[in-house]
Design a protein around this ligand. Sequence first.
Ligand code: B16
Ligand code: MG
Length: 229
Amino acid sequence: MPTHPSPFTRHSSLVTRLPSACIFDLDGVLVDTAKYHYLAWKRLADELGFYFSEADNERLKGVSRMASLDILLEVGGITHLSAQEKLVLADRKNNWYVEYISKMTPDEVLPGALEFLQQVKAAGVKIALGSASKNAGMILQRTNISAFFDAVIDGNKVSNAKPDPEVFLLGAQELGVQPSECIVFEDAAAGIEAAIRAGMKCVGVGNPDILHRATIVIPSLLELRMNNE
Ligand code: B16
Ligand code: MG
C-alpha cells in the first residue's frame, strides 16, 4: 500500500496513508434516491388509506426494501398481512420506484461526488459500491458513474442487511484488499455500524447527531479532496 501522508486534505485525522479502497454507499452519498423512494412509498400508503410523512420516510434510509415495508405498515397500523401479500405490496412500490429512477440523469449525482470519485480513481485507489439497493445497477447507469466501480456489491449480492458487515466485507473481498485498508462512505447509522463491524474506517456523510459513531462526519463529499501528491 502506498504511504503518503494525509490523503484527505482538511481531514488528516482520518487516515495517515492512502487507503487501498474506498467503498461508497449509494443512496444519500452519491445520489439522492430517497425522494423517489418516498414518492413510491407514499403512493402505496395512499392506496392503503393512511398518510406517510417525509419524517416517516427518514426511518427507511439505508434499510432494505422488505424492512422498509414493515416500517410503513407499522406507521399505517396494518398488521396480519401474509408474507405473500407483503411481497405483492413491495413489488408494487418497486415498480413505481423503477419508473422514477429510469428517468434519472447524470445531473442527479450529489454535489462533490463526481469530482471525488475522479480524484480517488486518479490516485489509483480501488472503488466499490456497497448499497442495500437491488436497483443500484440501473441508478449507476442512468447517472453515468458505473465506470468508476471496480466492484458493485448491492442488495442482489448480499443476504444480510446493514448493520451486518456482509456488504462491505464482500466489497473488500471482490477488490482483493484487507478490510482494514478500506474506507466506507455512508449516510445511514446502520451503514456506519456495518463499517465498524467490518473493521473499516468510515466517513459519515450527513447529520453528525445521527452519524456520531463514524471516524469523521462531513456534510457532503464537497468537503473532501484526495491528496495524492
Ligand atoms: P431497493 P443505500 C438503500 O440504498 C436505500 O437507502 C433504502 O431506502 C432502500 O430501502 C434500500 O436501498 C433498498 O432499495 O428497494 O431499490 O432495493 O443507501 O444502501 O444505497
Ligand atoms: Mg444510504
